[in-house]
Design a protein around this ligand. Structure first.
Ligand SMILES: [Zn+2]
Length: 102
């Protein structure tokens, strides 16, 4: 306790890497361009990664990545090694770090 300089350490397996799962993430400012292509007559359906909208094949390209402006849902942290819940340690760590003057 009180060690604010080290990494978050999993109490179960001692690992220092963790996932952070954030829900309810709000974005702003992104730009995408969508290309609508009417498929050629009689063409075999293409197993593409694109979307489909009323018969059109739609291709999306992100021109500008949006910024995260808010996380309105729950935040959970889990150990990468054993999935032990590290939310409390993660939140404590973040708080401690932001309070550090250096
Ligand atoms: Zn662990």
């Amino acid at each position: 306790m009180g060690d604010a300089t080290g990494p978050v350490r999993c109490p179960h397996c001692g690992g220092t890497d963790f996932f952070v799962l954030s829900t309810g993430v709000a974005y702003r400012g992104g730009t995408i361009i969508e290309t609508y292509r009417w498929p050629a007559e009689g063409a075999a359906p293409v197993d593409s990664l694109g979307l489909e909208d009323a018969g059109y094949e739609v291709e999306q390209e992100v021109l500008e990545e949006p910024d995260i402006v808010a996380v309105e849902g729950q935040v959970r942290a889990m150990c990468v090694g054993c999935l032990t819940d590290l939310t409390e340690q993660y939140l404590t760590y973040g708080r401690g770090e932001s309070l550090l003057p250096v």
